[in-house]
Design a protein around this ligand. Structure first.
Ligand code: ACO
Length: 422
């Protein structure tokens, strides 16, 4: 079988054979035969936006791998900082390299006092923490002017380290401000996740030691959320990065994309849905309403996964460990029953709708005490590693600036009519 396609321009009879490479065909080849004929692909559902070596998602078979490593193995055996290193460098670190990386991240957790005092504390008292995070990340670009040297490897590494290290600090600061609690400085004697939990929950004790099971659960959630190839926020990162903006501005754009309820807000929607259902008896009527087209089963279905999301399986197991410490989230029983009913219902099975990563993650975050508004913020912290890995890859590929075409369907040329005559 020839791995190519042939296109024929029926207007002229001209034809062109294009090789299929890695499951795609080159649009540049297409242009040779058909200049000025564009692909109409809103949502980029059929467009391979780039070549990438970072993450692969096989949605048919429910497989997710970072740099070739199955997500199940990373979630079980690794930690977030090691996974961040893997995403950024393509290989797992040696023991020496890991120590160095951990040390560097730990030494960059503090934020400039002006970011906190003048910037974060300037927000309205009820500001949403994700809105604060988007702005604070963008503001960092004004503190690190060397960030503009994006082709200087030393500067690039420094900004990457700073961003990974400062995200939890900014995230916790945004939460503390939104609930009127004083800012907690990073504790550099703690590991990445324990330090974040300390900045979130510390009150007056000299040192906050997070429950190790909860810190590990957060670590697993961070590993699972570290990358997911060309999702909406990563695409935003690549689009802005293609203009050669500094990494803080790119990351702020990615955070902004994650703020949307279709992306980073789905687990919040799951909690709202389960709360609205209220009790197990109400599930059948709720499912019936969804089948009649009244709303969707939140946390179900995925553009890419047409099988059980592998992350959802891991999260479900993690939930048991968390609830053993925090007590069971009262919404869990409703979630379990809802999943069981949906997975045995022809409507959902025929459409290949399975639980996605968001179905159980919100239950864990809620049981750990995080308010709903913090859910997208909790997503942004680990996804920063993925964003930066893609940003770096983009720059190394010397990609063109992203500048798509459009199919113009607006008004024909017409003459301007002065205001007095309209
Ligand atoms: N509940 C009920 N029906 C659904 C659901 C759902 N959650 N998801 C899809 N369907 C149905 C659609 O109504 C449609 O049915 P039809 O063919 O009879 O019209 C069919 O399944 C296909 O749906 P699409 O909208 O075409 O699927 P798409 O790939 O565009 O959407 C999405 C994927 C947005 C995730 C969708 O499944 C959804 O809205 N899920 C709920 C929200 C959610 O959980 N989002 C988190 C995604 S994971 C993440 O972003 C981290």
């Amino acid at each position: 079988m020839t791995e190519s396609i042939t296109i024929i321009d029926n207007r002229t009879g001209n034809q062109l054979e294009i090789p299929i490479s890695h499951g795609g065909v080159s649009a540049a080849e297409w242009q040779k035969l058909l200049p000025g004929i564009w692909f109409h692909d809103p949502g980029l559902t059929a467009t391979a936006f780039c070549e990438s070596t970072i993450t692969v998602v096989d949605g048919e078979n429910g497989i997710l791998r970072y740099r070739g490593y199955p997500i199940e193995q990373l979630a079980e055996k690794s930690n977030y900082l090691e996974v961040a290193y893997l995403l950024l460098h393509g290989e797992l670190p040696s023991a020496v390299a890991f120590d160095q990386w951990r040390h560097e991240v730990t030494m960059h957790t503090f934020i400039h006092e002006n970011v906190r005092k003048r910037f974060l504390e300037g927000f309205h008292y009820d500001a949403h923490p994700m809105g604060m995070l988007v702005s604070a990340v963008a503001a960092l670009s004004t503190f690190y002017l060397d960030a503009k040297d994006i082709f200087d490897p030393e500067s690039r590494n420094k900004q990457i380290t700073r961003l990974i290290a400062k995200m939890p600090t900014l995230a916790a600061a945004a939460h503390r401000f939104s609930v009127g609690m004083p800012f907690v400085y990073p504790d550099n004697s703690l590991d990445f996740c324990s330090n974040f939990l300390s900045m979130m929950w510390k009150v007056a004790e000299p040192r906050f030691d997070a429950n190790p099971t909860l810190a590990r659960a957060l670590e697993i959630l961070f590993i699972l959320h570290a990358d997911h190839e060309q999702n909406c926020s990563t695409t935003a990162m690549r689009v802005v990065g293609s203009s050669h903006a500094d990494p803080y501005s790119c990351c702020a754009a990615a955070c902004a994309a994650l703020y949307g309820p279709r992306h980073g807000g789905a687990n919040e929607e799951v909690i709202k849905m389960l709360t609205e259902i209220g009790s197990i008896e109400n599930i059948p009527s709720f499912v019936e309403a969804v089948k009649q087209g009244h709303g969707r089963l939140q946390g179900f279905g995925h553009r890419v996964y047409k099988n059980y999301d592998p992350r959802a399986k891991i999260i479900k197991r993690t939930a048991d460990d968390v609830f053993a410490i925090t007590g069971k989230n009262p919404l869990l029983d409703i979630a379990l029953k809802l999943e069981e009913i949906a997975l045995n219902d022809e409507y959902f099975t025929s459409r290949r709708l399975y639980p996605n990563v968001d179905f159980y993650s919100g239950l864990i975050y809620q049981a750990m005490g995080f308010p709903l508004e913090m859910f997208p913020v909790l997503f942004a912290i680990p996804r920063t590693a993925g964003w930066l890995a893609h940003w770096q890859e983009l720059l190394d590929q010397d990609s063109k600036i992203v500048r798509p075409r459009q199919l113009y369907v607006g008004a024909e040329p017409r003459e301007y009519v002065p205001l007095s005559q309209r």
